[in-house]
Design a protein around this ligand. Structure first.
Ligand code: PEP
Ligand code: MN
Length: 310
């Protein structure tokens, strides 16, 4: 594979792309050789990568204070450990709803405090990183920014965990090399998130690359989760896809849940109702347990803490 900016006709292959180059030098910061037992990354007090299976849920976009408060209540009471919600939305069309910006972040903070659940939200530009750092529990880097290297390196200089989504046009190797850019700044609290790649048909929104996510889990020490909402886009398929991610040995999922999907301003067709989210959690629990990575619960953490204090 040639480097994007290799001169035409060049046969020079960048070192990191040569198959014979050891994984150690290909992924010096995020490769599994660095922490063979795997690393645990926390969003707030919620661990990812500790052999439990953590669920992140919430609306595509923050639409109002009331709506995000209700969404937080619905998902937290049903077992989500982290709230999601976009305040800065990367929309394909410039005429679509772009999010509420910093006002939306304040609404997330309030909902997060009221329901005792940390949140993750997308940062769209390098210019916003410093301002957002003290306000958010975790930065999300969206698929469209996976190779925005200045943004990756800027979040890599912060103290916040980074959820790095895979671009729908990137190979797993390019995804891990994007994580290297984050880690280069000193921050290796990175959670990888597979969110579907371009396939052929439009029966599902993208193609959930479970094998690519499993490969990433094998090659790196980073926790790996999947986002079946964006990958599949069909609410009725999300419960089994979530269970499959647990059975595949991955560390969690992120799903979109809206208190009233028919009114959603963004990704309305793929949002789960709170009741569908409840059914997803019920489907997930026994399968995750059987796969040896029980669904993360507040109780379990309290139990683990109590055990470690004994
Ligand atoms: C999102 O999760 O809000 C989102 C925009 O997803 P993606 O970047 O994967 O398209
Ligand atoms: Mn969305």
């Amino acid at each position: 594979m040639l480097c994007d900016d290799a001169p035409a006709g060049s046969t020079i292959t960048p070192e990191a792309d040569r198959p014979e180059v050891s994984l150690q030098s290909r992924f010096p910061r995020v490769g599994r050789q660095r922490h063979p037992e795997g690393s645990v990354v926390h969003i707030g007090d919620v661990p990812f990568g500790d052999q439990s299976f953590a669920v992140i849920a919430g609306p595509c976009a923050v639409e109002s204070a009331e709506m995000v408060d209700r969404a937080a209540a619905e998902v937290a009471s049903r077992g989500a450990r982290v709230l999601r919600g976009g305040a800065f939305k990367p929309r394909t069309s410039p005429d679509s709803f772009q999010g509420l910006g910093l006002a939306g972040i304040e609404m997330l903070q309030n909902a997060s405090r009221a329901h005792d659940i940390p949140f993750v939200t997308e940062v769209l530009s390098e210019a916003m990183v410093d301002e957002m750092e003290p306000l958010v529990d975790a930065f999300q880097i969206g698929a469209r920014n996976m190779q925005n290297f200045a943004l990756l390196e800027a979040v890599g200089r912060t103290q916040r965990p980074v959820m790095l989504k895979r671009s729908f046009g990137a190979t797993p190797t390019e995804w891990l090399l994007a994580a290297e850019h984050v880690a280069k700044g000193g921050n290796d609290a990175i959670i990888l998130c597979e969110r579907g790649i371009r396939g052929f048909g439009d029966e599902t929104r993208f193609t959930l690359d479970l094998a690519g996510a499993m490969w990433a889990k094998q090659q790196t020490h980073l926790p790996v989760i999947v986002d079946p909402s964006h990958a599949i886009g069909v609410p009725s398929l999300l419960a089994n896809a979530t269970a499959a991610a647990a059975a595949a040995g991955l560390d969690g999922v992120m799903v979109e849940v809206h208190p009233a999907p028919e009114h959603a301003r963004c990704d309305a067709d793929q949002a789960l109702t709170p009741e569908m989210f409840e059914a997803l959690m019920q489907r997930l629990r026994p399968i995750a347990k059987a796969a040896g990575r029980p669904v993360s619960t507040r109780g379990r953490i309290a139990e683990n803490r109590a055990a470690s204090l004994e």
